[in-house]
Design a protein around this ligand. Structure first.
Ligand SMILES: [Zn+2]
Length: 445
């Protein structure tokens, strides 16, 4: 088996009622008899072009985890012959994964979990034919969710975030990016980020927080959006950075949200305050990406209306193209983001849920994989790479997440399927058997 020295990283404590760990963190965990072990080892990160379909599968595989890290990966027969293991077998917890598929835990690199209620009126209006923009103009949409978040306590918001994280882990997700964005005032945005931090402390997985103060212009600033942009740049971003509440700053640059000029100011303020950048772009209308690329964003998300010139630009950049087809599905759109064009040009494509109450109320990465295959025409193998190693790149976590290799964090998803393609094949049902986070086994069905 390929090995590394066991990591010295201290395990984060679980302590969350929904995610009880089945053994003490110090106990090494050995998964054996894995029918297909999808390692996604080596290769360049992010994966581009043909590399996206390379999963580096080991049949009858085994993975050994200790102290939160993966320490060895290989065939089961080699693992059982290993002298280290023979000496310690009694104190190793063994999990028989016969007939199952093991892959890196999903990295859901785009979610909006800080909200209080579903948007059922919008949902119903849409079934009667109203569009996303018509609903927003009539007082629904993002601004409707703002009322609830401003009224809610930090504790209440944290409970909602934690419930979402638990739902994600139950479907194989172990790393989550979580945005604020329904507060739209310095106070309510910082409260949202504190709620993300509180929820993350009770969840064993990894949470990467993003400030999305520039989601839309709040009602009270509609006449003078530049005043709000100034608040985002001069108050929200510096305070979030000082309090270490966010790693990234995001901006929604589109018709009905922020102009490219305002978006540039927001991203520049992020850079000036030492934060990373990412942006929602080309969801509702085309926009030019060149000026926004100046801040070297970790990711551009949506990209439904991306131009050929910008696809070319993306293929030459380190910025990941994150596709969120759950939003197209839920809005009942015929148009989906141009995954094939992006992949064939050499852009680094990732997939995420875009979990949010208005356009993508799902915590399920397997469902997003299904959409990627049926609507974006990605192969199941491409979809898996996009949801693991490339998602990790979109969060700048490629050195610790997204593949099963010695030295990386022991974050794994175990699916009760005989072939990895089934992960994207079944939809509307959960085939995730268990999740391993930081070397700890989540109780399974
Ligand atoms: Zn979004």
């Amino acid at each position: 088996m390929a090995k590394a020295r066991p990591g010295r990283k201290k395990l984060k404590s679980g302590g969350c009622p929904g995610l009880t760990s089945g053994h003490k963190a110090a106990t090494p965990l050995l998964l054996i008899n894995i029918r297909q072990l999808l390692t996604l080892r080596a290769g360049s990160a992010p994966r581009r072009g043909r590399e996206l379909a390379e999963l580096s599968i080991i049949e009858d595989g085994a993975v050994l985890c200790e102290a939160g890290r993966i320490v060895a990966v290989g065939k089961t027969r080699d693992a059982l012959r290993d002298s280290w293991l023979k000496g310690k077998r009694k104190r190793v917890r063994e999990i028989d994964c016969r007939g199952k598929v093991v892959l890196p835990g999903f990295v859901d690199s785009h979610t909006h979990p800080v909200f209080t209620a579903p948007r059922l009126v919008d949902f119903e209006k849409r079934t009667a034919g109203a569009s996303y923009e018509e609903i927003a103009a009539a007082g629904g949409g993002i601004r409707w969710s703002v009322e609830g978040v401003r009224r809610a306590s930090r504790e209440e918001l944290a409970q909602h975030v934690l419930a979402a994280l638990e739902g994600m882990a139950a479907q194989g997700t172990t790393t989550v990016e979580a945005k604020s964005g329904y507060g739209l005032s310095t106070e309510a945005e910082l409260k949202s980020l504190l709620a993300v931090r509180d929820a993350a402390a009770h969840w064993p997985g990894t949470v990467v927080a993003t400030l999305l103060g520039a989601h839309v212009v709040p009602r009270e600033h509609l006449r003078h959006p530049e005043k709000y942009v100034r608040e985002v740049c001069e108050l929200m971003i510096p305070q979030a950075a000082q309090q270490k509440l966010a790693e990234f700053v995001d901006v929604f640059c589109d018709r009905g949200a922020f102009s490219p000029e305002h978006a540039q100011s927001v991203l520049q303020a992020a850079t000036d305050n030492g934060l990373g950048t990412r942006a929602h772009v080309c969801q509702l209308s085309p926009c030019t990406l060149a000026p926004l690329l100046a801040s070297k964003p970790a990711s551009f998300d949506h990209l439904d209306f991306v131009s050929d010139e910008d696809v070319e630009r993306l293929s030459r950049s380190q910025t990941v193209a994150t596709l969120v087809p759950g939003a197209n599905y839920f809005l009942g759109l015929e148009r989906y983001p141009p995954a094939r064009r992006l992949i064939e040009s050499g852009a680094a494509v990732a997939l995420a849920t875009d979990y949010n109450p208005g356009t993508s109320p799902t915590t399920s990465m397997p469902f997003i994989l299904s959409l990627a295959c049926t609507h974006l025409k990605m192969s199941p193998a491409e979809a898996i790479s996009a949801a693991t190693i490339n998602g990790a790149c979109a969060l700048l976590r490629q050195n610790s997440k997204g593949s099963i290799e010695p030295g990386k964090d022991a974050d794994l998803a175990v699916f009760d399927v005989a072939d990895y393609r089934e992960i994207a094949y079944w939809f509307g049902m959960n085939r995730c058997w268990t999740t391993v986070i930081g070397g700890e086994l989540r109780e399974h069905k």
